[in-house]
Design a protein around this ligand. Structure first.
Ligand code: C2O
Ligand code: CU
Length: 580
């Protein structure tokens, strides 16, 4: 207002006036998007099998968060789980200036106790498609997840056009509770979670109840006519273009997604615009999001199948189904065809090719720093520690401390009582490691030590895959970094060659992402700037793999972090502790 009044008196300085006025306008802050969520257990039948699932305000997936770039999202989260803690992570939101709102139990906050209400507050600083999910134990797979859609600021346009915007979350689904699964994963003898019972599209799947022995307790809770498990229906108007925002939050499975008779054009990945390319199958790994455009240009007198199926592991799960309904056909009318089979599960080359074809859009390229200050090679191996199967990086399997790192480091409490002060190894001798041999890893240890990065330095991470403890087997691991987007510098097969492969990095138009796959027997290289003060998890997004130690933690500029809210404290060494 003051500027505007002054302008009136300075009529001659029209140009300057206009300038000041526009600065004043652009300073207008985003809106507050306020959500009140109640998290609790309820009986639901997402795939026709009734079990206890975690709902938000009665639903799984939970409510969609809709915001515009620059808005502040406030989620008032009430934990009504009665006998279980909770924490929610905002996957893909960098939490610039609010690292305590990242929602990572053990890293950025204490868990939220039953009956407590915790307030998450953060700015969504970049348009795009993101996710949220539980980040406590393996609670995500109990159904606590959803999507975050951030639209572009008014007057800003995207490098593609469409008529309607829809979102799809893919998931895999287990009938056993998270408690049974977590117990199995930490017991001797070890009990693996196995393949999922079904695949869900927007929280709906179908388990073939007739597979259960009748009469049995299980058969009694399986009902294929339950409306919870009727397929998701996407209704389209012939001739229109749809933007589908597709995210995956599977516990285990890598997926392929396809729409019968329709090509998809990939335009966005993890909040970044992609140089568009057309595909028939979208390969999507847990923690990734993509926007694809589809045109409703097929014969409008019928409906079409949308399908998702497991890739990379030998599938033991039925294809997940949804219906693409051409208006005005009856929405539930089954397509006249059999659901299309997906690609072969073990076509690793095709998946690698799709990873390689993701490039930054030519008008939205952020060029990476040309060199890095530090290179961390993480050799991904499976091994056993004290008789229990674990995953290790450079022979160290990660475990979470009881006191969150962020609180410990920021408040300078007695650090060596909280976590191992020895950093994990950076220069493991992976060059002499046989990535094709069955892993032995006799000297693997477990630790909660972290990497402390120099603030503003540029860090390269090379994820090197290897054989598991099973002959001729190497898995796909989707790695997710909190608090950052990284440049995807390259992918390769076999062992990373530090002399030759660095020279092949894409320094021109690498896509930026927050989650990236490391393919079987392959490597993936990424680069990021350690410029976001806080403590950030970097881990395999397979729920059981992270639980089994497949992760590391980075600290950067923790001394620059603002005053922590006391709501993130209260556990471990922070008991009764309050920021001065
Ligand atoms: Cu979406 Cu630490 O994860
Ligand atoms: Cu993994």
């Amino acid at each position: 207002m003051v500027e505007i009044l002054e302008c009136r008196t300075l009529v001659k300085l029209l140009v300057l006036c206009h300038l000041i006025f526009s600065v004043a306008v652009s300073k207008v802050e985003g809106r507050i998007r306020h959500y009140r969520w109640d998290v609790k257990y309820e009986y639901k039948s997402p795939d026709c099998f009734k079990k206890l699932v975690i709902t938000i305000n009665g639903g799984t997936p939970g409510p969609k968060i809709l915001a515009q770039q620059g808005d502040t999202v406030v989620v008032e989260l009430k934990n009504s789980l009665l006998t279980e803690n909770v924490a929610i992570h905002w996957h893909g939101i960098r939490q610039i200036g609010t690292p305590w709102s990242d929602g990572t139990e053990g890293v950025t906050q204490c868990p939220i106790l039953p009956g407590d209400t915790f307030i998450y507050k953060f700015v969504v600083d970049r348009a795009g498609s993101y996710l949220y999910h539980a980040h406590y134990g393996i609670q995500r797979e109990a159904g606590l997840y959803g999507s975050i859609i951030v639209s572009v600021p008014n007057g800003v346009s995207e490098p593609f056009v469409y008529d309607y915007d829809r979102s799809i979350i893919l998931n895999d689904w287990y009938h056993k509770s998270t408690f049974e699964q977590a117990t199995g994963l930490s017991s001797i003898p070890f009990v693996w979670v196995g393949e999922p019972q079904s695949l869900l599209i927007n929280g709906r799947g179908r388990f073939n109840c007739s597979l259960l022995a009748t009469p049995s307790l299980e058969a009694r809770v399986c009902n294929m006519t339950n409306p919870d498990c009727s397929p998701y229906i996407l209704t389209v108007i012939p001739g229109k273009t749809y933007r589908l925002r597709i995210g995956s939050l599977t516990s285990l499975s890598a997926l392929s997604f396809q729409i019968e008779g329709h090509k998809m054009t990939v335009v966005e990945a993890d909040g970044h615009y992609v140089e568009p390319f057309e595909i028939q199958n979208l390969y999507i790994y847990s923690g990734e999001t993509y926007s694809v455009l589809i045109k409703a240009n097929q014969n409008p007198s019928r409906n079409y199948w949308m399908t998702t199926n497991v890739v990379s592991r030998k599938p033991a799960t039925l294809t997940g189904l949804a219906i693409l309904n051409y208006y005005p056909n009856y929405p539930k009318k089954s397509p006249p065809t059999l659901p299309t089979a997906g690609p072969l599960w073990n076509e690793t080359a095709q998946r690698l090719a799709q990873s390689l074809s993701l490039k930054a859009h030519k008008n939205f390229t952020h060029t990476p720093p040309l060199t890095s200050d530090k290179v961390i090679v993480l050799l991904n191996t499976q091994n056993k520690i004290d008789g229990v199967y674990r995953w290790s990086l450079n022979n160290v399997s990660f475990s979470l401390p009881h006191t969150p790192y962020l609180v410990a480091l920021k408040e300078n409490v007695n650090l060596n009582r909280i976590f191992d002060q020895n950093p994990p190894p950076e220069n493991y001798d992976f060059e002499n490691y046989d990535i094709y041999g069955v892993a032995e890893n006799v000297n693997a240890t477990s630790s909660n030590g972290i990497y402390r990065l120099r603030f503003n330095s540029t860090v390269d991470v090379i994820l090197q895959n290897a054989n598991t403890m099973t002959v001729n087997n190497s898995e796909t691991h989707p790695w997710h970094l909190h608090g950052h987007d990284f440049w995807v510098m390259g992918y390769g097969t076999g062992k990373f060659d530090i002399k030759k492969d660095v020279g092949k990095y894409n320094l021109v138009n690498p896509i930026m992402k927050n989650t990236v796959p490391v393919h079987p027997y392959g490597w993936t290289a990424l680069r990021f700037r350690a410029d976001n003060p806080g403590v950030w998890a970097f881990h395999c997004h397979i729920e059981s793999h992270f639980y089994m130690g497949m992760g590391v933690v980075f600290e950067e500029g923790v001394e620059k972090v603002g005053k922590l809210p006391s709501s993130v404290m209260g556990c471990g060494e922070t008991k009764g502790f309050h920021s001065p």
